[in-house]
Write a protein that binds this ligand. Sequence first.
Ligand code: T3D
Length: 264
Amino acid sequence: MEEEPVLVERRAGYRVITLNRPQRLNAFTEAMHQALKRAIADAEGDSACRALLLTGAGRGFCAGQDLNERVSKDGKTMVLGHSLEVHYNPLVRKLRALPFPVVAAVNGIAAGAGANVALACDIVLAARSASFVQAFARIGLVPDAGGSWILPRLVGPARARGLALTAEPLPAEKAEAWGLIWKMLEDDDLLGEAHRLCLHFASAPTVGLALTKRILEESWSNDLDTQLDLERESQREASLTPDYAEGVHAFLEKRPPVFTGRHS
Ligand code: T3D
């Protein structure tokens, strides 16, 4: 029997979700999608959870869709729209909309949808030995899991086209230099830094961070005028939180703030 496809660890103020099919470089199966969906929903439903760490077991982060599930048994053509509709698209939308930061610790190769799920996270850390491959072109597919949207925004159109059309692996060091990810770390330091960040977020002003996620996301489709209005409304909302009052008091009293992460 296969092990649990996703492992969940509860830490103080955050959760760690580990994709756990190391023998297949953590490629997505139907069961892994279901387990990941449940794990994320549980984290979202827990008011004590204020950050998420997503990583992979073994030497890879995630190799995208498990292609063993894409071999037709009856000779019929595999049509993939449904899989995007019910799995990958909701996953990417959920990661972007979670009301707390999501940190991806990319511990090894991230290929296909595995790369783009990592890039959908708020902060992407990668081990020096990791790399990102838009593997789709190798098998006649197009970038999915948000890749066609996020790549040009992160690295610009020329590099996005290069990555997507050649499917050449992009090593972590270059990914950092290109602005694809937040930071590359030595392999042994990756998880330590990911936990340090999550611990930081676990005592951060979570509502303000959630609003920050939202306005940055919406900025892509807004003109400046609309975005200024959105900032005004979001700042109004943020200023109503106890964490804003605490932040100001703590600053004036020259002490560290104690944020609850609550709306009221
Ligand atoms: O279908 C839909 O629902 C639509 C959505 C599609 C989204 C997608 O993600 S499409 C893209 C799918 N992914 C790929 O095409 C990547 C396939 N994998 C690779 O190209 C290579 O494995 C890597 C470049 C990622 C890593 O290469 P390497 O040399 O480091 O490792 P390896 O030896 O190829 O892989 C190790 C094992 O994992 C190996 O199994 P074995 O031979 O030891 O029994 C390999 O077959 C298995 N594996 C790796 N990736 C997948 C996989 N098995 C199934 N599906 C995979 N995607």
